[in-house]
Design a protein around this ligand. Sequence first.
Ligand SMILES: Cc1ncc(C[n+]2csc(CCOP(=O)(O)OP(=O)(O)O)c2C)c(N)n1
Length: 802
Amino acid sequence: MKVRNQADDLKISFEAFKKQILEDYKIAVTSRECSILGRREVFSGKGKFGIFGDGKEVPQLALNHFFRNGDFRSGYYRDQTLLMAQGLLSVSNIFSALYADLDRQREPMSGGRQMGGHFVTPSRDEKGAWTNLMKTKNHSGDVSPTGSQMPRLLGLAQASKVYRKLKIKNSSNFSDNGNEIAWGTIGNASTSEGMFFEAINAAGVMQVPMVISIWDDGYGISVSNEEQTTKHSISEALKGFQRTETEDGFEILKVKGWDYLNLIETYEYASKIAREDHVPVLIHVTELTQPLGHSSSGSHERYKSKARLEWEKKYDCNLKMREWILKDGLASEEELEHIEKNATSEVRSARREAWNSYQAPITKQKARLLSFEEQLKKQTHNDPKVQIIFNQLDKVEELGYKDLISAGRKLNLLLAHHPNAAVQDYKVWFTKLSNQMTDKVSSKLYTTTKKNLLGFKATPVEYNKKETLVDGRIVIRDNFEALFKKHDHLIAFGEDVGKIGDVNQGMEGLQKKFGDIRIADTGIREATIAGQGIGLALRGLRPIAEIQYLDYILYCLQILSDDLATMSYRTVGQQIAPLIIRTRGHRLEGIWHSGSPMGGLIHLLRGMHILTPRNMTQAAGFYNTLLQIDQPAVVVESLNGYRLKENLPVNLGEFTVPLGTIEIMDPGEDVTVVSYGSTLRIVQVTAKRLKQEGISIEVIDIQSLIPFDLKEEIRESISKTNRLLIVDEDVPGGATSYILQQLIEKQQIFNLLDASPKLLSAKAHRPAYGGDGDYFSKPSEDDVFEAVYEIMHEANPKAFPI
Ligand SMILES: Cc1ncc(C[n+]2csc(CCOP(=O)(O)OP(=O)(O)O)c2C)c(N)n1
């Protein structure tokens, strides 16, 4: 849509233009009414927390006119008007989200898992298969941490560049020659986040079609632009990024957020240069307001001056749009009042409807529970506690499923005293509802199920008859080459990955063979390397994002944890980003090149697979598997393994190592010793020394920390040895504790043990540099030997004296 003030300049007829404006105005006031009533719902106790798009309506309506099918948004909680304008968010959806309605039909964004204002559109169907993204306007799943939409935005924009430059087979559901824009939105205050600057710099370097709107209302909660931003203005501060006639960069535009016509012109220009020429654009949308304050958890009168509050009233974008409509004669006062009245009553009735629909199934379940009351009393010989439980339930005002299940759990405890009670129907009801709740609240953390993984048909590694010993890095390099040949949508990038083929040359020479779009160098910016991967994976590509050393994963751990790991869960499987993070760690030298913070990763990255191959053949096998599986994963290669000799497989790119399977490296009888990664070799060497002392250990490589030993083979080993040692080089209480938790809780090994299980890890401090530093910081052969020996001593002190 293109509009000018002069009638003769109009591309569309005056009537069509007027109709469009009034439709936009209707959405603006409807959206505002949702914000106002939504906030009230929180104060009345029906919603827990409310954050809305008030004061940002008009620029979103302008943006919407240039958002095409196939485009993506990576934004934040203020964008409700945009989604409403696109027909992707109904009024009742807004209220259902406010009530945390667990029903996916009524709350399509997250089935009640995310607080309102966090939006997503489905890229996957119920079975996890891709939908046709070129037929929809796409919104990548929002997250709450401010600025965290920026790394993903970079990847979403980069995908257009990749699709334009590479002719990828079967990509018509993802792109039309890279003509798609990645639209970003962010609040003015959140531009203070490091990730914002990192992403802006990277987009300027990469020249990708991102159009980022900064909704500037002068504040970040209570902190003003004066305290947030150099020169008090993000567009002023970023001036050096402006492109020139001779240099690439950003196109930086500034526009007032209440000026509909100028907004339209600005977005038209921005979308044209981004879509056609892949120029990144930053639109600083100023003079916006926040009429209801930041959120339902406080009022802005506490921190805004009277003058500011007065100004905000006058410059409310909806009011300004109204004044302009009247001034230009696009509608009469009566017409506008009619629109406003209708909007109010539409929102009121949708709110009522949303509340009633939310309560109806819960009330129905309550009625079902009440129907068991008499029977339960009778079967518990009129235990008065039953009546108390029902009385308490009756007093609950805003009824939730939790109240029913909580009552049920208390009843179950009473019933345990009456094992012959005839309450079968009640039990069936309780179990069914409990299972439904687990599914509603806890499903889809991983979309690949245990059953899928156990059913995975692995392809064994094959070798030439005559052993071909090469450095480990050759195995991984040649395997990557086979993978790049096989998958035309596979892309790898990271620091030093392109020209030199990574610092350990595991991709040596591949850029020459496959080009610099597929194997690319990046700047030193781990958060946006991860973000590139997330965005590319959301648009149908298979990225391998490299983090040069495991120790530096901390720079992107927040994005991996908040965005990637939660993606399937928070969208209930509507979006999945099967990104592979490749990194290398464990043993090398010093405080920042030999870390093994596996416990940290395990705790923060639930939702991803975490793999720790012992050598490069196993690592290659994992990559081959991951490319057949639709899940995000981290693969930690062993830093000291690239120059160790391995037999070169012949079926490179084909053989697979299934996830969640352990490997018994050396069978033994006395103690089960489990380990992974670099410490595994130490355990294997020590096994020989222990043998000389008459101690036989069963050495097990866990290799896949998440998923963990799906066939429960470690349990089998312990049921033979009845003794357990867990070895790694994380801090005490790190991954070793996780392993023990898996064995005790999931594999129920407690009763199999004859001796207390031992955990051997590195010291609590970071590993010191050099040979002595390593020996005294990390488990050595002597440490493993003594730990096993002590276990044997406990069993037979005479034979194994200390
Ligand atoms: C990483 C992080 N820090 C702090 C917060 C708490 N927080 C939520 S919104 C907000 C202010 C954001 O202001 P701005 O970016 O200007 O957006 P606005 O809400 O004004 O639209 C803050 C500090 C958060 N969500 N994430």
